[in-house]
Design a protein around this ligand. Structure first.
Ligand SMILES: CC(=O)N[C@H]1[C@@H](OP(=O)(O)OP(=O)(O)OC[C@H]2O[C@@H](n3ccc(=O)[nH]c3=O)[C@H](O)[C@@H]2O)O[C@H](CO)[C@@H](O)[C@@H]1O
Length: 395
């Protein structure tokens, strides 16, 4: 595996304090390696702020990665549209940033939490470092509201950690200063490879049947799109006796109701509660293929040599599509049925898609990120724009 260039820590830098803001399961999975690495260096301290955007999944995932939030934002108000969550969080984070006075705020991805953290940092003039920067679809509302969040974050961030060269190019095309962009790889591959190496056991339902690992919960698919897609999966499984489905169902009621209504009642379809990350990695490793609208699974499954059918028309992760191991199949019932059937009927097609490819990283993204933070803070005075050489790496 390619090793990233080592930064020579030839002189010490003043001690720096970082706040990492997380709100959802995938953010924890993706920031955990960065937190661990920042905690292993002598020049930094890091605190975790839990935004509570996803309450149960956030707590479970933090515990699984042995992380405890230093500050937890509790929500008494139950209203949960993106506007309410964003406005509450900007207000609360502003107070926290004012009290903590960190040298830098970090957040990952494109959630309302990451967006609110970037806005609150901007108002406080605190440098903001964005992990998983530069992902883009061509449409501002797909995915909704994540595409808007990530484009907005790019406007004010000081450092942009792009997972791929294409993501870095997207940023530069939007006039983000080149020297503030670092191609780091995606930290999800750090977490994935670490967990996969421990060889977690597959869920008992897997047996010897070909298992489709299914996840579906994107806001823009709720309603008829999700129902159509699940109907396509159901029709395929009803007609194909050697195939089963394993579906960890997201707690969102829109996802849950559709899953139960359309998929319950076939003994080869297993609807289960959300999995811990170890169980999830085992489920990917032992699946026949992955059918999903998730972003993270499009990154993880190719690294574990599993074909992915994506229940969307667009993706901000085109690299694995270009490699031929991920296919965008949309959400129509015929399209989903046809794609599963083609994969089942053609061993050649299956084998072409079941290859390990690593377009999103090599497992060393967190090291590149912490090295880049070191470079930035060893040269830049506090609270000033970044000047950092773009690190390129061969994936
Ligand atoms: C399409 C899109 O905009 N997706 C964004 C969304 O993530 P994303 O769509 O990946 O969010 P998901 O909730 O699907 O989470 C995926 C992650 O959770 C794991 N998993 C999933 C199910 C389960 O039962 N147990 C479990 O551990 C998966 O292996 C994966 O690592 O927020 C992320 C964090 O900001 C961003 O990086 C993504 O760009």
């Amino acid at each position: 595996m390619h090793q990233p260039p080592q930064v020579q820590f030839s002189h010490s830098i003043p001690f720096r304090t970082f706040l990492i803001v997380v709100g959802t399961r995938p953010e924890v999975i993706k920031v955990a390696p960065v937190v661990r690495r920042l905690r292993s260096v002598s020049w930094a301290s890091v605190k975790i702020v839990a935004s509570g955007q996803q309450r149960e999944l956030l707590g479970q995932t933090l515990a699984e990665f042995d992380l405890k939030p230093d500050v937890t934002i509790s929500h008494r108000d139950a209203s949960s549209g993106p506007a309410q969550v964003a406005s509450r969080l900007i207000h609360r984070l502003d107070r926290i940033f004012g009290e903590e006075k960190p040298d830098c705020v970090l957040a990952q991805g494109d959630t309302t939490t990451a967006y609110a953290a970037s806005v609150a940092s901007f108002y406080r003039k605190i440098p903001f470092a964005h992990i998983e920067a530069g992902l883009r679809t061509s449409e501002l509302d797909a995915p909704f509201p994540e595409e808007f969040h990530r484009r907005s974050i790019a406007v004010s961030a000081t450092l942009h950690f792009a997972p791929t060269s294409a993501a870095a190019r997207n940023l530069i095309d939007e006039n983000v200063p080149k020297d503030s962009v670092v191609v780091s790889g995606n930290t999800v591959i750090d977490s994935l490879l670490e967990v996969a190496a421990t060889k977690p056991s597959p869920p008992p339902e897997f047996g010897s049947r070909r298992m489709i690992l299914l996840t579906a919960h994107r806001r823009e698919n709720f309603g008829s799109k999700l129902r159509d897609a699940l109907t396509g999966v159901r029709a395929f499984v009803d007609l194909t006796p050697d195939v089963g489905v394993y579906f960890p169902v997201h707690p969102n009621p829109n996802a849950r109701e559709a899953a139960i209504e359309i998929l319950a009642g076939n003994p080869r379809i297993h609807l289960v509660e959300p999995l811990g990350y170890r169980e999830m990695v085992a489920a990917i490793q032992n699946s026949w293929c992955v059918v999903t609208d998730s972003g993270g699974l499009q990154e993880e499954a190719p690294a574990l040599a599993k074909p992915v059918l994506v229940l969307r028309d667009l993706t901000e992760r085109p690299e694995a599509v270009a490699s031929g191991v991920v296919e965008l199949v949309g959400t129509s019932r015929e399209g989903v049925f046809r794609s599963l059937d083609a994969l089942h009927k053609s061993p050649t097609k299956y084998n072409q898609m079941a290859r390990p490819v690593f377009p999103y990283g090599d497992g060393h993204a967190s090291r590149r990120i912490v090295d880049a933070l070191y470079r930035h803070f060893s040269t830049a005075p506090q609270r000033q724009d970044a000047s950092i050489a773009a690190l390129q790496y061969a994936s």
